[in-house]
Ligand binder design. Structure first.
Ligand SMILES: [Zn+2]
Length: 281
């Protein structure tokens, strides 16, 4: 249970797999979405066990097998993965049906960017995180879906607002109809930054609680989920149409990798979202 957040991500189990899904998104049309945990994979050591990202130093074949296991319940195969090389920016790819599989191997990514949007059914958008937030967005009026990666840099640059705006300009999606679930990320109690980044956020208009506050020893606590919720509200997403963001990757080593907690040597969880393939497709 996502505490106090009954529409946010809930833990589910299926055989050895454990994954999360958000009731807010499950109830709004022909959309498949999920967020992996570290359970049910074949990787060992710091990557144990369901590491889904190639760039972690894990063995290629193990990542492939982990992806195969996680994707299978949703009817997808690793060959179909669409992904960008995440660079902590606000670059957004509009993904076409012909992009299927771009991101399935190390050499065929879409390019550098941090958000994917599509209105094409059956196209598997994926994102990778271990502390950074993934934003799962459904625009039921198009329909279209989006998956955005927002860590410290992406949040500072308002990735949330950028992707909502892109869904509107590309597909005519109405922000008032959109639903957004925030994936597990590092919480404001666990996440501390130095004075430089703290100043950046203060100057960007995020002073004080619940966004930024001074901790012990000259550090500052930063709550990325709180800032993203406010950015989504300013972008026109209605209250009650945003859920999640309360699972902490650092607080739960049993479920999640955490880049900060594990000092960089760790795996990544995968978020996926897709429009279901219609009968005719
Ligand atoms: Zn925490």
């Amino acid at each position: 249970m996502d505490p106090g957040n009954e529409k946010g991500f809930q833990l589910q189990r299926r055989g050895n797999l454990a994954y999360l899904q958000a009731p807010l998104l499950a109830g709004c049309g022909p959309v498949v979405h999920a967020f992996s945990t570290r359970a049910g994979g074949c990787s060992g050591g710091a990557m144990a066990s369901l590491n889904t990202a190639f760039h972690t130093g894990d063995r290629y074949r193990r990542v492939w097998e982990n992806r195969r296991r996680f994707l299978k319940p949703w009817g997808f195969h690793p060959e179909e993965v669409v992904a960008a090389i995440q660079v902590h920016g606000t670059g957004i790819f509009r993904v076409k049906a012909s992009d299927r599989g771009r991101g399935s191997r190390t050499g065929n990514f879409l390019g550098e960017g941090d958000a994917l949007i599509t209105a094409a059914p059956g196209i598997l958008l994926t994102g990778y995180a271990a502390d950074c937030l993934l934003l799962f967005i459904v625009a039921p009026d198009v329909p279209a879906v989006a998956l955005a990666h927002a860590g410290r840099q992406g949040t500072l640059q308002n990735m949330a607002g950028a992707v909502v705006s892109e869904l509107n300009s590309s597909f005519g999606a109405d922000p008032a109809a959109m639903r957004v679930a925030l994936g597990p990320g590092i919480c404001g109690r666990c996440y501390t930054v130095g004075p430089g980044p703290a100043r950046d956020f203060e100057e960007a208009g995020w002073p004080g609680k619940p966004y930024l506050w001074a901790g012990e020893g000259g550090v500052f606590h930063l709550d990325l989920a709180a800032i993203n919720r406010q950015q989504l509200s300013r972008a026109g997403i209605r209250p009650g149409q945003v859920a999640g963001g309360s699972w902490c990757t650092s607080c739960r080593p049993d479920l999640f990798y955490s880049y900060r907690r594990d000092r960089g040597k760790t795996g990544r969880m995968m978020g996926l979202i897709a429009l279901e393939q219609g009968e005719e497709g």
